[in-house]
Write a protein that binds this ligand. Structure first.
Ligand code: SF4
Length: 202
């Protein structure tokens, strides 16, 4: 199994700025990394652009690599997925490691239905972004290809996250099917996210 590393932003303009920054700071090592823990996912979004399968990274090697990079100036770890990162069977190991690394920024990007024990998540990360992509159970079920109860689980998790110390982000990819729930947008805003990003697709 292969660990995938990439710079946080791959937009050509951002990359050239990043390279310039590295030159000016005489820095040879990345300051931010994104780890795609697993390609597995429990959802089936209409807009999903990932090649979902059961591949996953070796968590022990990932921890060793993060430690190596922290010693060389790494400032941020983003745990994300070509799938849903919380489905990695050895997630707990990584969470334990990250809980002791509050000296760096630690972000989690998730679809929000398998966050499990939020106290553990809140110790391991200082920012949690949940991809909601819908505004009510019906539209969420249609867009994410999951059960109608999933939306309620996400709302419960968001409510708990909002009352914790972590910074909370919500993200929505808007597709034509999103229109059916737009009138319920206000309910999501009541979760008091610190960041709310929407992007249009299709
Ligand atoms: S939650 Fe993410 S990885 Fe899973 S199906 Fe949706 S877009 Fe794809």
């Amino acid at each position: 199994m292969k660990t995938k590393w990439r710079a946080n932003s791959t937009h050509p303009d951002d990359m050239s700025r990043y390279r310039e920054w590295l030159k000016v700071r005489n820095c040879r090592w990345p300051i931010s990394i994104t780890i795609h823990l697993t390609n597995r996912c429990n959802h089936d979004c209409k807009f999903c652009w990932f090649d979902r399968n059961d591949s996953r990274v070796d968590v022990q090697k990932t921890i060793a690599a993060i430690s190596f990079l922290i010693d060389r100036g790494l400032q941020e770890v983003i745990v994300s997925g070509g799938g849903e990162p919380t489905l990695h069977p050895e997630l707990e190991l990584l969470l334990e490691f990250l809980a002791d690394r509050s000296d760096i920024h630690r972000r989690l990007y998730s679809n929000g239905t398998k966050l499990g024990k939020l106290t553990t998540i809140c110790k391991a990360f200082d920012y949690v972004r949940v991809s909601v992509d819908a505004f009510n159970p019906e539209s969420h079920s249609t867009i994410h290809g999951t059960s109608r109860t999933a939306f309620g689980q996400i709302i419960d998790a968001l409510r708990d996250l909002s009352s914790s110390n972590v910074t909370v982000g919500l993200s929505c990819v808007l597709i034509p099917e999103s229109d059916q729930g737009l009138s319920d947008l206000a309910e999501l805003s009541e979760m008091n996210p610190n960041f709310f990003s929407c992007s249009k697709k299709g």
